[in-house]
Write a protein that binds this ligand. Structure first.
Ligand code: GDP
Ligand code: ZN
Length: 303
């Protein structure tokens, strides 16, 4: 029996990289999987039997426990999200950043915030308050421009040893980053959906490719940012704002959601830092959104 990792799924076949030899085997899943409604996922570490060495064909016999599981795109064992935001064109969007961070935290993944198009800024200083704020709460923030290769190079060290997905609006520069990292990829810029797989008709087609000692998904992460899809509740949301979670040790009430509770350490901090304040407003509006969708969500899940 061999061991390996599924790096591609296509039309009922799973392409498994052998852990020892790096050879790729075209595998089928055991019939048993289908019976138990177990779907092997790209990213899965598996045991497999080689049935034909010459043709490089095999059978997956077991799926090893997953550390994470994304639904869209369907990939397991992702541990890092390269969260791409342009500083201009489109303009930097803090609401969307906080939204992505909420989902990433709730899923226990690690974000690397990659700011792109720095060359378009007249004054880099306009972004500094954001950069230093998000760094101060523990996030990695990289400042890049595709026209300055030295700004993109550090990304290689973050990719190494991880299974990553890119996430970010279309047009922010995801394909450009990949091309700048590895010119042999030749992804079409301005055509992210094509380049990173979304435009393909086989929506189940997902592939991990090897890059700088890591694996990167060829499809953008999180095609939906609907909190319901990630099963996020009010408490998880409160935890996912990492600095609020730290402050909450000093809130009077345990489980304080920093809304109408008295003696709340998060509310006490308001008015000192505009970015903290904006995060708080985003937090409140996300909580409101959760309230609004909960009834719908429950109705759905009962069927
Ligand atoms: P994607 O949709 O996220 O993959 O974005 P693309 O990589 O296709 O880039 C969208 C557009 O932004 C293209 O016209 C790129 O040339 C441009 N672009 C990407 N990165 C940069 C950058 O660092 N600076 C500037 N000025 N333009 C960029
Ligand atoms: Zn509180």
């Amino acid at each position: 029996m061999a061991e390996g990792q599924i790096i591609k799924a296509l039309s009922g076949f799973y392409y498994v990289t052998d852990k020892e030899t790096s050879t790729i085997y075209e595998c089928r899943g055991r019939g048993l999987f289908r019976k138990h409604e177990i779907t092997p996922l790209v990213g899965d570490y598996v045991s497999f039997d080689i049935v034909d060495e010459a043709k490089k064909q095999g059978y997956i016999t077991a799926i090893h426990p997953r550390t994470s599981e994304l639904v869209r795109p369907p990939i397991s064992n992702v541990d890092q999200v390269l969260l791409v935001f342009s500083v201009q064109k489109p303009a930097f969007n803090q609401v969307l950043l906080d939204r992505f961070l909420t989902i990433i935290e709730a899923m226990d993944l690690v974000p690397v915030i990659v700011l792109t198009k720095y060359d378009l800024l007249d004054h880099e200083g306009v972004m500094e308050p954001y950069v230093s704020y998000y760094r101060s709460i523990g996030y990695t923030v990289l400042k890049t421009s595709k026209y300055r290769s030295e700004t993109i190079r550090p990304l290689k060290d973050y990719i190494k040893g991880h299974i990553s997905v890119f996430a970010g609006q279309s047009g922010v520069g995801k394909s450009s980053l990949l091309n700048a990292l590895d010119s042999s990829l030749k992804l079409n810029e301005g055509e992210i959906s094509e380049a990173l797989g979304r435009g393909r008709h086989t929506t189940r087609h997902v592939e991990l490719f090897r890059l700088f000692g890591g694996l990167v998904a060829d499809t953008p992460g999180f095609s939906s940012l609907d909190f319901a899809e990630f099963d996020i509740d009010a408490t998880m949301l409160a935890h996912s704002f990492v600095e609020f979670w730290e402050l909450s040790q000093d809130c009077k009430f345990r489980g304080c959601l920093h809304q109408n509770e008295p003696q709340c350490a998060v509310k006490a901090r308001l008015g000192q830092d505009p970015i903290f304040d904006a995060r708080y407003q985003n937090y409140l509006s996300f909580q409101k959104e959760l309230l609004g969708m909960r009834p719908v969500y429950h109705k759905k899940s009962r069927n």
